[in-house]
Design a protein around this ligand. Structure first.
Ligand code: SER
Length: 581
C-alpha cells in the first residue's frame, strides 16, 4: 500500500537527491496568462522559463502542482477521470535531456517504487512532417532493459504534448505504462489493451508552437515530466478506480452516507469530484466565486451539477456543504489555503446552493404553466434556460418531454449572437475617435499598468468603455481599493504624464507580443499581426499593450488624471471611473 503522501514525498526526495530544487506549486488560477482559465499541468506556470527566462531555482526543478482539467468533465464518474488532481513533475530547463530524464524516471519507478520491469511498457514518438522519429528515446529505453516488443512508436495523438493555449512550448513525449492485470503482463505491449495504464509522461520540449500552427525550435531543449498523483497511487495499490485513494475515499464515504440511493455510483462519484474541485477553486489563494464568466462559471457548473446529482440520489439538504467540509478536512494539511479560506469557501457554496434552489423552484413553477400534454416546446425550454438558468436535464428528469432539437438550435443561434457581441466589445471599447476619447484611451493604458504595479500582477483588464467625458475600466481584483492605493495609482499616472513619455506602436505576431511582455487579452482571437502600443522608450518603458489604438503621441498631452469612483462591478471584478482634467 502506498498513500498519496508517501508517493509525493518519495518523488520530491528522489529528485532532491538528483540536485533538483523543490519549488512551490502555483495557484490554480494562472497569474500571467489570461489565455487559459486554470493551471492544467505543472509545466504551465513554468512557460516563461521553458522559453528561456532564468528561473531563480536553477535549471533542475521539481514540485507538486494543483491542477484542474475541465476538458474531461463529461468523463467524470468513470474509474479514472478527476476534475481536480495533483501532478508531480520534474524539469530540466535547457540542461539534461532525453537520456538522463528517462534514466531518472526508470530509476524512480524500479528502485524507489520497486516496480518490476516486467510490468512496464513505454511509448515514443513515431515522427511526422513536423519532427523526426524519436530513435534516441527508443535506444535509451532499450539500454535500460525494456524489450523492443514493449516499446511502441505512436503518432502525435499519443506522443506529443501540445501547449495548453494556442501557442507555446511543446514537443514529443515518452509515456510509461504499468500492467494492472492480475495475470502476467503480455510479452508484447498493445496500446489498445486498457490494462496497460499510463503512470508518467516525459515530455521533451524542444519546439515552440507559433500562432500560425508551425513548430520552431526553442532556444533551449527542456524536459517536462508529469505524473498524476491520485491515479498513480490507485494503480500501484491495485485499486480499480481513483475514488479508493486515501484523499478521496473519505469524501466518497461521506457522500454515500448522505444519500438514499447508494447504488448510483456514478452520481455519488460526480458529487465527490465536483465538490472537491469547487472547494479547491474557491479556496485557492486567487480563488474564484461562482458567477457567469470564466473560472466563476466553471465553479457554478460544478456546484450546480453536483446539486442536480444530489437530488437524483435523494440527498439531504445540507449534503453539499457537509461534503465541502469533508474536502477541507481531508486536504487541509497539504493545501492549507483551503482551510485558511474556509469561511469564504463554505459561504460561497451555501449562497450558490440557495441561488440554485430558487432557480429550480421558479423553473418548476414555470414548467407547470408551460406544459401542454406532458410536453414543453423549444421556445419555452429556451426561455427557462436563458432567463432562469434552469437546466434542461431537470425538465426531462421531471418526466416532461422537451423538443430537444429545437432547443439546441436556439442555443446555437444565441451563442453565435453572443460571440458577435463579444467581438464587438473587444474591438476597442471607444465610443468615437475624438481627441478626448483618444486621450482617455491612453490614460486607461497608464491605469492598467499602474494598477498592476500597486495591486499586483493578477490585475487584468476585463473591459473598458470610453466616452468623451470619462473612461470606465473593469479589472480583476478581489477587494475594494484603499484610499492610499488610489492615491498611489493616481500619483504614478500623473508622474508619467509629467515625464512626457513618447507613445509609439509596432506590429508583431501575437507570439512576439506575448514574449515581449505586452499586456493583452490573450484569450481573444487576434489576427496574424497585432499592434503593440508602448508608452516610453529605451529603458524607460512604462507600459506595453496589444491594442488597435488610437492614442496620443506623448503622455504630456493628457492633463491631470483623477479617479472619480471605484466600485464593484461583479464578483472579483472592480470598476474605476476616471477623468482627465
Ligand atoms: N505536461 C505534461 C503532462 O501534463 C507532462 O507534465 O502530461
Amino acid at each position: 500500500m502506498i498513500t498519496t503522501k508517501e508517493l509525493r514525498n518519495k518523488y520530491l526526495d528522489f529528485f532532491k537527491s538528483k540536485n533538483h530544487t523543490i519549488i512551490d506549486g502555483a495557484c490554480l488560477i494562472p497569474e500571467n496568462d489570461p489565455s487559459i482559465l486554470f493551471t492544467t499541468a505543472g509545466m504551465h506556470p513554468l512557460v516563461p522559463y521553458l522559453l528561456g527566462e532564468k528561473h531563480p531555482g536553477g535549471v533542475r526543478l521539481a514540485n507538486y502542482q494543483k491542477c484542474i482539467r475541465t476538458g474531461d468533465i463529461e468523463e467524470v464518474g468513470d474509474n479514472s477521470h478527476l476534475t481536480f488532481f495533483e501532478m508531480l513533475g520534474n524539469w530540466s530547463l535547457g540542461e539534461y535531456f532525453k537520456k538522463e530524464a528517462i534514466e531518472m524516471s526508470f530509476e524512480f519507478l524500479t528502485k524507489e517504487l520497486g516496480i518490476d520491469k516486467s510490468k512496464l511498457a513505454v511509448t515514443v514518438f513515431a515522427g511526422d512532417d513536423d519532427a523526426p522519429k524519436d530513435e534516441e528515446s527508443y535506444e535509451v529505453w532499450k539500454s535500460l532493459g525494456i524489450p523492443e516488443e514493449r516499446i511502441a512508436f505512436l503518432g502525435k495523438e499519443d506522443n506529443w504534448w501540445n501547449p495548453a493555449g494556442p501557442t507555446g512550448p511543446c514537443g514529443p513525449d515518452s509515456e510509461m505504462f504499468y500492467w494492472t492485470g492480475k495475470e502476467d503482463a503480455p510479452k508484447v505491449y498493445d496500446p489498445k489493451d486498457d490494462k496497460w495504464l499510463e503512470i508518467w509522461n516525459d515530455v521533451f520540449m524542444q519546439y515552440n508552437k507559433t500562432d500560425k500552427g508551425t513548430y520552431e525550435p526553442l532556444k533551449q531543449k527542456n524536459v517536462d515530466t508529469g505524473m498524476g498523483l491520485e491515479r498513480t497511487v490507485a494503480i500501484l495499490n491495485g485499486y480499480d478506480n481513483v475514488y479508493e485513494v486515501d484523499t478521496i475515499k473519505p469524501i466518497i464515504e461521506e457522500v454515500t452516507s448522505l444519500v438514499d440511493d447508494k447504488e448510483n455510483i456514478k452520481a455519488i462519484r460526480i458529487i465527490t469530484d465536483h465538490i472537491r474541485a469547487a472547494v479547491m477553486i474557491i479556496g485557492d489563494d486567487r480563488g474564484a466565486s461562482p458567477s457567469n464568466v470564466d473560472q466563476g462559471y466553471v465553479v457554478r457548473r460544478l456546484i450546480r451539477s453536483a446539486i442536480r446529482r444530489s437530488r437524483e440520489v435523494g440527498a439531504s439538504e445540507d449534503c453539499i456543504s457537509k461534503v465541502a467540509k469533508k474536502v477541507i478536512e481531508v486536504n487541509k494539511d497539504i493545501y492549507p489555503e483551503i482551510n485558511n479560506n474556509r469561511q469564504r469557501v463554505l459561504s460561497e457554496i451555501k449562497v450558490e446552493t440557495e441561488k440554485f434552489s430558487q432557480v429550480l423552484g421558479k423553473g418548476e413553477e414555470m414548467i407547470k404553466e408551460y406544459i401542454k400534454d406532458g410536453k414543453i416546446d423549444a421556445n419555452e425550454a429556451f426561455q427557462l434556460y436563458t432567463t432562469y438558468g434552469f437546466p434542461i436535464e431537470e425538465i426531462q428528469r421531471l418526466g416532461v418531454e422537451v423538443d430537444m432539437e429545437g432547443f439546441q438550435k436556439q442555443i446555437k443561434e444565441h451563442q453565435d449572437l453572443s460571440r458577435k457581441g463579444a467581438e464587438q466589445k473587444f474591438k476597442g471599447g471607444l465610443a468615437d475617435h475624438s481627441e478626448e476619447t483618444t486621450k482617455l484611451h491612453t490614460a486607461t493604458h497608464l491605469l492598467h499598468a499602474a494598477l498592476r504595479m500597486v495591486l499586483g500582477e493578477h490585475v487584468a483588464q476585463k473591459g473598458s468603455n470610453i466616452t468623451a467625458d470619462r473612461a470606465r475600466f473593469d479589472f480583476s481584483h478581489p477587494e475594494k481599493l484603499t484610499d492610499e492605493q488610489k492615491e498611489e495609482i493616481t500619483n504614478i499616472i500623473n508622474n508619467i504624464i509629467d515625464s512626457k513619455l513618447p507613445i509609439s506602436h509596432t506590429e508583431m505576431s501575437v507570439e512576439e507580443a506575448k514574449n515581449s511582455g505586452a499586456l493583452g487579452l490573450f484569450n481573444q482571437k487576434y489576427g496574424d499581426k497585432v499592434k503593440v502600443y508602448t508608452v516610453g522608450s529605451g529603458d524607460k518603458v512604462f507600459s506595453m499593450e496589444i491594442c488597435g489604438g488610437p492614442h496620443v503621441e506623448n503622455t504630456g498631452d493628457l492633463g491631470t488624471f483623477r479617479i472619480k469612483k471605484e466600485q464593484a462591478s461583479s464578483a472579483g471584478i472592480r470598476r474605476i471611473k476616471a477623468v482627465l482634467e
